[in-house]
Design a protein around this ligand. Sequence first.
Ligand SMILES: O=P(O)(O)OC[C@H]1O[C@H](OP(=O)(O)OP(=O)(O)O)[C@H](O)[C@@H]1O
Ligand SMILES: NC(=O)CC[C@H](N)C(=O)O
Ligand SMILES: [Mg+2]
Length: 511
Amino acid sequence: MCGIVGIFARSYVNQTLFDALTVLQHRGQDAAGIVTSEGNRFFMRKDNGLVNEVFRTRHMKRLVGNLGIGHVRYPTAGSSSSAEAQPFYVNSPYGIALAHNGNLTNAEQLADDIFRADLRHINTTSDSEVLLNVFAHELQQLGKLNPSPEDIFAAVAKVHQRCQGGYAVVAIITGYGVLAFRDPHGIRPLVYGQRIVNGQAEYMVASESVALDTSGFAKVRDIVPGEAIFIDRDGGLHLQQCTQQQMLAPCLFEYVYLARPDSIIDGVSVHESRMLMGVRLAEKVLKEMPNHDIDVVIPIPDTSRTSALEMAHTLGVTFREGFIKNRYIGRTFIMPGQTQRKKSVRQKLNPIASEFKDKVVMLVDDSIVRGTTSKQIIEMARDAGARKVYFASAAPEVRFPNVYGIDMPTASELVAHGRTAKEVGDYIGCDWMLYQDLDDLKSCVTQLNPAITAFDTCVFDGQYVTGTVDRAYLDRLEQKRSDDAKNPLNNADPDADIDSDTSADLHTRIE
Ligand SMILES: O=P(O)(O)OC[C@H]1O[C@H](OP(=O)(O)OP(=O)(O)O)[C@H](O)[C@@H]1O
Ligand SMILES: NC(=O)CC[C@H](N)C(=O)O
Ligand SMILES: [Mg+2]
């Protein structure tokens, strides 16, 4: 779940890209990058770090041009090396820079085909570099000196035929315009908006509508699954469906945890869906324990706040903030290693003892994935004097790997894998464990937009909507990306020697 943004404007886009990436920071904290384009030149800056660490004034000054794309990264493939920060660039055809949110499930096969059949070199282990090269190859095959929007859409159609998995993409084609497209299942979100400046239209495409809001763009609509949008160098807007196999199946976990609550994804307010999750949880409490003895409902900040408040309202029980969140620590779940995640929970959250002392507390979180947060939080609640600690999760048991852009590659790292709800409760140390039912969770979104009839729910039920994920792939993924396998990559940078050109500012002149 990286964050992506693309802009066509009538003046320099560097500051607006920076601002948009800042509000998409919750989607990726590992690396950030921007490419802008002026005339036939690209200007790139990307590196590991948060947005405000990667872009200093000297970098911003060099990012000139009225077209640009940006990316914040949370790795799901390859390494955390700065060489795999995005956007990626190829010089042929035309000069293309591309940024990607999602994960390709056939990246290995494609990388092989690209080398053997398309004679293209891939310099990293990133699936996004593979995607860029597939697109570049297909555009090159058309052999046009001046590609039309139809040519560009034809190349996107080929990408849909060759690439499997989840992908929302933004790209710049030097001298031609800004392109964005969404995979045929619409697994990862993508939305576009418009603003009028001095009587002329400007456009932004972004992972989440919050990026449009904060930069003064009015949301036009979501890009539909399989669709592509191209804004040419003169500001002409072109939209086209590029597949006949489209079926909307957005990732349900976006609503649970990934997205910001003030975003609207596929016509559904993330905030309102989280409110409904709280209502459904309360209904389940009343069904399973009609004479419950809960004194207070306490959220585990940040994401569960919305659901916890509505749960308390529906139960008619007091809602209290019992944990104070250190605002300078980022999201722990998307941190790269378990040691760092574990340490960060304690640095991030601290209890207010008086809210726990002698009380029966219902702690609410949006989800339990590895159990890193819940186990430590329950200990803190008991140390603070809670009489009993109940725990509710607004999402069902997370039992299966995600292969579409969330870094949950290994079933055995998931606390609910091979455990019943009761066993998870015992493991994390609570007196009662309550999980949302999957159908109830789905209804929290479909109630707000009945047109959504399917979801990517793989982490809950092991059903992979693309139909292309088999046991062998999951085994390979586990070998490559489990915490143990990733450790050496996180501790040392194997690409240190060949990294320097791509991680520094790259000024590419196309003669
Ligand atoms: O079971 P775990 O592996 O601990 O993962 C689940 C936890 O991680 C996330 O919080 P995070 O700190 O990432 O972000 P937040 O501040 O948005 O809640 C999520 O909201 C849960 O609290
Ligand atoms: N979380 C994502 O969307 C990751 C994008 C891409 N697969 C990468 O690892 O850089
Ligand atoms: Mg959390």
